[in-house]
Design a protein around this ligand. Structure first.
Ligand SMILES: [Zn+2]
Length: 202
């Protein structure tokens, strides 16, 4: 395809910018194993021109199911990891997976917020907020019940550890119950403090 000189220059500078950004990016030195057992060899990037002449950085990924080696485009890998659907298996193996295996949340999309709760990126979930995130304890409870939770339903952590989201540690409570539980824990904490202050063993 023939471009006008200006368009060609623009395209070149854009490509060069992309290439420079890729070079600036510091990739991890060691291979990373992701879900499904696929291995991303971050330390083996290869830059080459594709059919249209654009420079693309690719990295070696080993399929977790058939162990076949394949070079993936780095920008594609980044995009897929961001949306939580990257499991690194090859096209042939991907077609044999069940819906649940294809859509499970990636550990990279599991993060702890400032209050100590775990948030999961899952934009297709009916309980997701505007950022496409769901609280993990609500997600676990809805999976146990087999339905999405209502807004007024709260999930209480029995051991008060907000990061312990195992099904046995969670119980469903209404707003009112949740408030009285919170009040009770605050009161217990206060009493414990008093006991310690007065050096009374308990
Ligand atoms: Zn495969």
């Amino acid at each position: 395809m023939a471009y006008s000189p200006i368009k060609y220059l623009l395209l070149c500078s854009f490509e060069y910018g992309m290439y420079k950004n890729m070079k600036k990016l510091k990739l991890p030195d060691s291979p990373q194993t992701i879900s499904m057992g696929s291995i991303i060899h971050w330390n083996k990037p290869i830059s080459k021109r594709d059919r249209s002449g654009t420079i693309r950085t690719t990295i070696l990924i080993i399929c977790g199911k058939c162990k076949k080696e394949r070079y993936w485009r780095l920008d594609v890998v980044f995009r897929k990891m961001k949306t939580g659907q990257f499991i690194g298996v090859c096209k042939k193996c991907f077609d044999t997976l069940t819906w649940k295996e294809k859509h499970r949340p990636h550990p990279a999309n599991r993060k702890v917020n400032s209050a100590g709760y775990i948030r999961i990126y899952s934009p297709k979930n009916p309980m997701a907020d505007m950022n496409g995130e769901v609280y993990e304890h609500r997600l676990v409870m809805s999976q146990t019940l087999g339905r999405p939770l209502k807004k007024w339903e709260h999930v209480h952590h029995k051991d008060t550890n907000r990061a312990n989201n195992s099904p046995e540690n969670l119980e469903l409570v209404s707003t009112q119950q949740n408030q009285s539980l919170k009040d009770m824990t605050t009161r217990i904490k206060y009493l414990k403090k008093l006991l310690i202050e007065h050096k009374i063993s308990f």
